[in-house]
Design a protein around this ligand. Structure first.
Ligand code: FMN
Length: 348
């Protein structure tokens, strides 16, 4: 099933400016983690079950929304670099496929327009910016416009080192796009550089979960967790869910693969705390492996971006439909009539 996605990725990359392609494809450093991620899912072996009536297969999941399958769209930045429709197009495709769309704090379309395109529940990814009032304004706008969960990204105290393809050139993105949700909340003198105020604050700590709780009623997932002790500490500070992620290999180039980190985190937190995961999920069997290891849902970053680049909202939906068909197929062949019932007994 991966060939179709690889072909799409190649077509997307070939159509892009080399620096833009580099930004979307690469991890950080030597790209060790981004390269290893898909292999870690594929390394798992299954014990498929037999004689279990899989004539009907239920892939539904309820997690701050009712979703058609246990797969969602991870937050990624700057979609207008890929397609004019930007996040509105991506969100439209995700909503048509019945999966959660997580809007990045670094989106290039307005929160209000994305929410209207979805017309249902969605999640908002939070970067804690130096200027907390901007973060607060974004969170409260998201909540007003139908977001049903906040995803606090914890793994970017400093942005991972990614040399550009052609040398030190900034991404070809205008401030109008990059600051589309942010500019109205900044009181800046003309010509002043906004980034010192809106970059992620490396002082981010557990107490910021408490702060988010004060400014919003939404459930909070902490994203970028790889250590079980951090998962426990986040939950102790009131986190409602844990998102196991290494940021698609973009933050720490010798980090553990998420497939390997997931089980110890599932074991560390109470059963009623949902754990979700992303990183290198490239087909339905990867997603089902995540579920068997204890994740409630798996998320994809780059695959939907290739759909967005090649065919806008329809391309995003098409990628997700391929995943949906693949998930159903492999769940049936594994003998799992309900994907939510998968557990580690299916794995070697
Ligand atoms: C181009 C790009 C931009 C990203 N931007 C964000 C972001 O704004 N916020 C965030 O929490 N994660 C961001 N991520 C990380 C993704 O949410 C996710 O963890 C990762 O892409 C999953 O791995 P995959 O791409 O292998 O599926 C980004 C990833 C990529 C590839």
């Amino acid at each position: 099933m991966r060939k179709w996605l690889q072909d799409k990725e190649i077509r997307a990359i070939e159509s892009l400016d080399p620096d833009v392609a580099h930004y979307f494809t690469r991890g950080c450093g030597d790209d060790l983690v981004a390269t290893e991620a898909p292999e870690a899912w594929r390394a798992r072996r299954w014990r498929p079950r037999v004689l279990r009536d899989v004539s009907r297969i239920d892939t539904g999941v309820r997690l701050w929304g009712d979703w058609r399958m246990p797969l969602g769209v991870a937050p990624t930045a700057f979609h207008r670099l890929l397609h004019d429709g930007g996040e509105v197009a991506t969100a439209t495709g995700a909503a048509a496929a019945g999966v959660p769309f997580v809007l990045s704090s670094r989106a290039t379309r307005r929160i209000e327009d994305v929410a209207a395109a979805i017309g249902g529940p969605w999640w908002f990814q939070v970067y804690l910016m130096h200027e907390r009032s901007v973060t607060k304004a974004l969170v409260q706008r998201a909540e007003r416009h139908g977001a049903t969960a906040l995803v606090l990204t914890g793994d970017t105290p400093y942005v991972g080192y990614r040399a550009s393809a052609t040398g030190p050139r900034p991404l070809p993105i205008t401030d109008d796009d990059a600051l589309i949700n942010i500019a109205e909340h900044l009181a800046l003198d003309a010509g002043a550089d906004p980034w010192p105020l809106i970059d992620q604050d490396p002082a981010l700590s557990l107490t910021d979960i408490d702060w988010l709780r004060e400014i919003s009623d939404l459930p909070i997932l902490v994203k970028g967790v790889l250590h079980p002790a951090d998962a426990v500490a986040c939950v102790d500070h009131g986190a409602d869910g844990i998102w196991v992620s290494n940021h698609g290999g973009r933050q720490f180039d010798r980090a553990i693969a998420t497939a390997d980190a997931l089980p110890s985190i599932v074991d560390a937190v109470d059963d009623d705390i949902p754990v979700v995961v992303d990183g290198g999920v490239r087909d339905g069997l990867d997603a089902l492996t995540a579920l068997a290891l204890g994740a409630r849902m798996a998320f994809v970053g780059r695959p939907v971006l290739w759909g967005l680049r090649t065919a806008g909202a329809a391309g995003v939906q098409q990628v997700l439909e391929e995943f949906a068909a693949d998930i159903r197929h492999w769940a049936g062949c594994a003998g799992a009539a309900r994907t939510a019932d998968l557990d580690r007994s299916y794995l070697v």
